[in-house]
Design a protein around this ligand. Structure first.
Ligand code: ADP
Ligand code: MG
Length: 685
């Protein structure tokens, strides 16, 4: 059992280099590795006959090798490896590019499974860059893991297999037997085996069910323990500050929903119980200004306040708008500071000093805010923006730095209310249910890749009118396992396509923070016309002059995430457009994307998403809008969420401190879960 918790490099087959890459992903031990679940699986359980398969769609086939053609070197750095195979009826080719290893390992007369897209057909059809497994060693559901550069799923499968062998000798179970029986959950050891090496879809479904149940259970336990803590604390109430001067100074008047929400926030702050409020509002509904007003109120009462956001780009942007607001409101002595992970040690020390001396009254930052070294002498208000990116742990830590811990959590993920009440059981909920009036609804379209050129011409016109464009790609770099658009190549490609006067730049999470910042600043200043980016721009970025959002491989994103991305446009008074580029021809995808086409209302979309997904949706796109979950998906697993909620209530009514012997392992796992959710904040973006 102990082997499970040793450093990851003690696992045979993991050297120092690989260990480093694992650590970057938050995987420090074999146990962490086992808790790092596959992102998706290739299904080899029902191979098709080539004669029945259509070109363009990826399919799984079972074949025998007839002949290996000799490699051809097309040009420098580009070689072709072809193998003639047959499925018993039809002969065709497997074609590999620059990957001699698979080709070399294949033997005449042996049987293989292959998975890939078909093309051609005049003489012989071809399967391009297929995934191949020998039949006698095959995993019928082949797992693929969320990745980091330099770590392939094949490597991870080998390492996981070894880590799984550590489980065999030990009884290892976190959930009490009674709960497992009551909710029909398979044992943990079995679930871990089956999620990494499922032998059937049924086994995988049961494993997922068990692991999702446990994850949702732990999340709720963690949340309720926070609530318990918050309830026993008393806050020293603020007196109500008069904010009407500030309303007058704003370039717009607050919407009714904003006015209502800020009134409630002020009431909370003036109560003698700490505020614990979730402010939910669709993208663009104007949450930021409310956060700033609450911070001003804290300031007027002599308190420090901090706002924590998930990305540096967003932190910088908030800091700039806060500074501007303070200036226009004539507040001079708030001394706002910006604290980021990328600050130099010296900058950090200076900022810590200002915070610790109480000079800095307003602090904007990323999760650098919750580092040990930062002490806040009188933190009265803590705000987290786009909270779904933060785990339970971070909320606890930041709130723990305040006396009293007034907490305002802002989220643009429009979760259906029934689910929100379970997920945020510790919070009161306010909803911003109207939009600033100067907005035109975004015009949407869902199109196939043949429409790309038309889209580019449309962008040219918008750019001529002085507007700007976002293009989103799912990946940073090309990846053989995942055939989809990537920022690096896409940016090169369209630089050639567009006039040289149109500046095209790339933005992604692997760039240095300073580089990212420069690009974002230049885009905000209108110096860049087309920004090709990953989802790093998803969260909160505000450039009102951008009017076109085009999302490549829209099928690879969850609806909530697509809605978030779309929210980057339509922020000013000009008409905005969102183009969802569908990279697969699947009907289910079109149906899903059609929902976005129909409506710009995040809550409507969330409800529809809930209806579309069911427990059977094993391979579906994960709703990555709520990144704190490894395996659970509150949409697909809403029934599990509710079951786990019942289990939590039963559990805590019997044993509020989880002190009974049968709950000891669960308590341990909960502590681990809470500390892991902190690591999970190193979102790659
Ligand atoms: P979100 O809720 O997505 O965080 P923001 O707070 O970024 O939205 O607001 C989006 C844009 O709307 C900003 O440019 C902001 O200045 C503007 N805005 C906020 N409230 C109003 C309002 N009442 N009237 C007009 N514009 C507003
Ligand atoms: Mg926002």
């Amino acid at each position: 059992m102990n082997e499970l918790y040793q450093p990851i490099e003690t696992l045979p087959g993991v050297g120092e280099k690989r260990a480093q890459k694992y650590r970057k992903m938050g995987i420090a031990t074999p146990y962490d590795l086992l808790m790092h679940f596959p992102r998706t699986y290739i299904d080899f359980t029902a191979p098709v006959m080539i004669a029945d398969a259509e070109n363009g769609e990826p399919v799984a086939v079972r074949v025998t090798v007839k002949q290996k053609l000799s490699p051809s070197f097309v040009k420098r750095g580009f070689s072709l490896y072809r193998v003639v195979v047959t499925d018993g009826v039809t002969e065709f080719l497997l074609v590999f590019y620059n990957t001699p290893y698979t080709y070399q390992a294949m033997k005449n007369g042996e049987e293989y499974y292959a998975y890939g897209k078909l093309s051609g057909g005049f003489l012989r059809r071809e399967m391009q860059a297929p995934q191949v497994q020998r039949v006698d060693q095959a995993l019928l559901l082949l797992p693929f893991y969320p990745q980091t550069t330099g770590l392939t799923s094949a490597m991870m499968r080998t390492n996981v297999l070894k880590a799984l062998s550590y489980l065999d000798s030990q009884p290892f179970e976190t959930l009490p037997a009674e709960m497992r029986e009551g909710y029909q959950l398979v044992a943990l050891v079995q679930a871990l085996h089956d999620v990494h090496r499922p032998e059937s879809k049924e086994a995988l479904a049961e494993a997922r069910h068990r692991l999702a149940f446990e994850e949702l259970l732990q999340f709720q336990l963690g949340t309720l323990m926070m609530k318990h803590r918050a309830n026993v604390q008393t806050a020293s109430a603020m007196r109500r500050a008069d904010l009407s001067d500030f309303y007058a100074g704003l370039p717009f008047s607050l919407t009714n929903a904003q006015q209502h929400a800020i009134d409630i926030i002020c009431r909370d702050l003036c109560a003698d119980k700490p505020m614990n409020r979730l402010l939910q509002g669709d993208v663009g509904s104007g949450k930021t200004i409310l956060a700033f007003l609450a911070m001003i109120m804290a300031f007027e009462n002599g308190w420090q306040s901090a706002i924590m956001v998930p990305t540096e780009v967003l932190a910088e942007q908030h800091f700039a708008s806060l500074t501007a607001l303070l200036e226009s409101s004539g507040i001079e002595d708030a001394c706002p500071v910006l604290l980021r992970g990328s600050c130099t040690a010296r900058e950090k020390r200076e900022i810590y000093e200002k915070i610790a001396s109480g000079e800095a009254k307003m602090i904007v930052g990323t999760h650098a805010l919750i580092q040990e070294a930062v002490t806040y002498p009188n933190l009265g208000l803590v705000i987290t923006d786009e909270q779904h990116r933060f785990g339970v742990r971070q909320r606890m830590t930041l709130a723990g730095k305040g006396y009293p811990p007034n907490v305002l959590v802002m989220s643009a993920t429009p979760i259906p209310r029934t689910l929100a009440m379970i997920l945020y059981g510790d919070l009161d909920i306010s909803v911003l249910d109207d939009m600033p009036r100067n907005r035109l609804p975004i015009r949407n379209c869902v199109v196939g890749t043949s429409y790309r050129e038309t889209a580019y011409r449309f962008m040219e016109k918008q750019i001529e009118d002085g507007h700007q464009v976002y293009i989103i790609c799912p990946m940073v770099e090309p990846n053989e396992e995942i055939p989809c658009e990537n920022v690096t190549e896409y940016c090169q490609k369209i630089r050639k396509r567009f006039d040289a006067a149109i500046r095209v730049e790339a933005l992604h999470g692997q760039m240095k923070p300073q580089q990212k910042q420069e690009i974002m600043n230049a885009f905000a200043a209108g110096e860049i016309q087309i920004l090709v980016s990953t989802t790093v721009v998803e969260v909160g970025v505000n450039v009102p002059n951008a009017t076109v959002m085009m999302i490549e491989n829209a099928e690879r994103f969850g609806l909530a995430q697509l809605h978030q991305l779309r929210g980057r446009v339509g922020r000013g008074s000009a008409q905005s457009y969102c183009i969802f580029m569908q990279g697969d021809g699947k009907k289910e995808t079109s149906k899903r994307l059609e929902i976005l086409n129909e409506s710009n209302d995040g809550f409507y979309i969330a409800e529809q998403d809930l209806k579309l997904r069911g427990p059977g949706d094993l391979f579906g796109v994960r709703q990555s809008g709520i990144a704190v979950f490894q395996i659970a998906d509150i949409y697909r697993d809403s029934a599990i969420l509710k079951a786990a909620s019942r289990a939590v209530n039963d559990l805590l009514s019997m044993d509020p401190e989880l002190a009974l012997p049968q709950n000891r392992e669960l308590k341990k796992a909960l502590d681990q879960y809470i500390s892991r959710s902190e690591i999970a904040s190193e979102f790659p973006g």
